[in-house]
Write a protein of this length. Structure first.
Length: 219
């Protein structure tokens, strides 16, 4: 009687699903396009930070290492590119600046606020100057600077909330307006550029002005 042997079932390995070549090409183009766009934005910011407050499209293309055509493939005009770059820079520098104090003695909060503003204003200085050059001619830049100023005012109101809430409504608004002016970008830029103060001197003057405001209100 012959013995029959069962053959073991064959294990068939499944082939990994291959990515269609067309999809790979599309993904590659998308990645390259994203890198080009980022390079154009970063190059625009870099030029402004270096003192070129109105960089031209050819200059940006050269800095980014791309063709002039590539610049306008990603941005319909220089105004759109500038607004994107400035907005990105403002946000990035705000995240890196140390938070001011929202509790404690007002003298401590004044010092912390001045340190915060000095770091932030210095980090955005040339981009802010470039934005002010564009502001009269660009609605998008106007909106960007308006939002940035609003954020600065809200920060002031939060830092000095305990003192402000004790004031009558009209006095509170006047005081907040004065606090915003004294600690704002325009005041800082005037001290640093027009009056040619050192950073340390500008900080000391700003702290003195803020302290004087509180002394006047508390009388």
């Amino acid at each position: 009687m012959s013995r029959t042997t069962k053959s073991k079932p064959k294990i068939v390995a499944k082939k990994a699903a291959s990515v269609p070549e067309s999809v790979e090409r599309i993904d590659g183009r998308t990645a390259r396009a994203a890198r080009t766009r980022e390079s154009v934005i970063e190059s625009t910011t870099r030029l402004m930070n270096a003192g070129d407050l109105r960089p031209t499209a050819p200059r940006i293309a050269e800095e980014a290492g791309v063709s002039l055509r590539s610049v306008f493939q990603h941005f319909r005009d220089l105004n759109t590119l500038f607004t994107t770059a400035a907005s990105r820079h403002f946000e990035r520098m705000a995240e890196q600046a140390e938070e001011p104090l929202y509790e404690g003695l007002w003298e401590e909060r004044v010092r912390a606020l001045v340190r915060h503003r000095a770091v932030y204003w210095e980090s955005i200085a040339n981009v802010a100057r470039a934005a002010e050059l564009q502001e009269p001619f660009s609605e998008s830049v106007q909106a960007l600077l308006k939002a940035n100023r609003k954020k600065a005012r809200e920060g002031i109101a939060r830092v000095f909330a305990p003192e402000l809430k004790e004031l009558e409504a009209s006095v509170r608004k006047d005081t907040l307006d004065a606090l915003e002016l004294v600690s704002g970008w325009s005041t800082w830029d005037t001290m640093r550029t027009t009056q040619r103060m050192s950073k340390a001197r500008a900080e000391a003057v700003m702290a003195k002005l803020l302290s004087s405001l509180f002394a006047a209100v508390s009388e």
